[in-house]
Ligand binder design. Structure first.
Ligand SMILES: [Zn+2]
Ligand SMILES: [Zn+2]
Length: 120
C-alpha cells in the first residue's frame, strides 16, 4: 500500500522544524528532571518517572499478573505496571518496568529471592 504523499511547502517545512525542535526541548526537560532528582516518584524508577512518556491513546484498563506473586494488577492505561504494589515496594523495584528503584545492579539478594525455594 502506498501512503498518501506529504506535500512539501515552506509552511510544511516550518511546521516540521517546529515539531522536531519542540520534541528536542521536551527531551531536554525530561533529562534535566532526571538529573535533578535522586529518586523517582510513587514507586516508579527515575526513568519511568521522568523520561518515559505516557503512551498516546493508552486509556484502556489493562490487567497483568504481577511478575512476582501473580496477583492481577490493574492499570488505568495500556502502559501496564508489571508488579503489584506490595511486591514492588518490598523489593524496591519499579512497578512499571521492574528496574531497581536506583537503576543500579544490586549485589545483595532481593527480598523475593530469599525464602523462596522455587525461586521464580
Ligand atoms: Zn506481587
Ligand atoms: Zn521504571
Amino acid at each position: 500500500m502506498i501512503k498518501p504523499r506529504h506535500p512539501i511547502s515552506t509552511k510544511s517545512i516550518r511546521l516540521a522544524n517546529h515539531r522536531a525542535n519542540r520534541e528536542v526541548e521536551r527531551m531536554r526537560k525530561r533529562l534535566a528532571e532526571f538529573d535533578n532528582h535522586d529518586h523517582g516518584k510513587d514507586g516508579y524508577c527515575k526513568f519511568c518517572t521522568f523520561i518515559r512518556p505516557d503512551p498516546i491513546g493508552g486509556a484502556a484498563i489493562t490487567h497483568v499478573e504481577c511478575g512476582l506473586c501473580r496477583t492481577v494488577v490493574t492499570s488505568p492505561t495500556t502502559a501496564a505496571n508489571i508488579l503489584c504494589h506490595t511486591c514492588a515496594e518490598t523489593n524496591e523495584l519499579c512497578r512499571r518496568c521492574g528496574a531497581d528503584l536506583d537503576l543500579a545492579n544490586r549485589n545483595a539478594m532481593y527480598p523475593f529471592q530469599k525464602g523462596d525455594p522455587n525461586g521464580e
